[in-house]
Design a binder for this molecule. Sequence first.
Ligand code: IMP
Length: 195
Amino acid sequence: MRKIIFASNNKHKAEEIRAILGEQFDIITLKEAGLEIDIPEPHETLLENAREKSTVIHRLTGMDCFSEDTGLEVEALNGAPGVRSARYAGEHANANDNLQKLLAEMKGIANRAARFKTVISLLLNGQEYIFEGDCEGTITDSASGTAGFGYDPVFVPAQHDQTFAELGIEVKSAISHRKKAIEKMTSFLGSLENN
Ligand code: IMP
């Protein structure tokens, strides 16, 4: 089974990625690889941040690895918080601070359209491959649900009437931005195995 390091410390993301991948690949988190490292996300695009993480880990380990960066783009806020999703309410903000700031910014705004966007940077034998996925939806007026993480309690995916945090990991992992990006990566990896 192909072993790949997932260059992230986010255990929620690792859990979702394992749920999406099933038994196809052996995904190793940074912690499992014995790496205690916090990789910064200083750039202006999701791709540059994802690339920074995969490049640092590939340099340190020499192993195949992938990373992802995700942002929530809200139409009425001209794409904010976007690449700044993790730091929306300030440098040391937590998920609840960010989500409360978003609800405050969206107060009274009728256009609730938003999308999650995930960009993956995969480094295979030192060569980079990029995969993207997005998920359209709307921002609620208040937070609901306890599953998931980040902005999940305020995001209702299209064709649903509950937030990701209410729908739970099984439904989210079938339709999410992360699922779509991961699926592209796995079909690429699958095509390599078959050649
Ligand atoms: P990053 O990709 O770890 O930089 O995440 C950016 C921000 O978006 C963080 O605040 C995350 O909590 C949030 N985020 C990332 N992915 C998701 C998701 O699938 N659902 C909800 N929030 C997310």
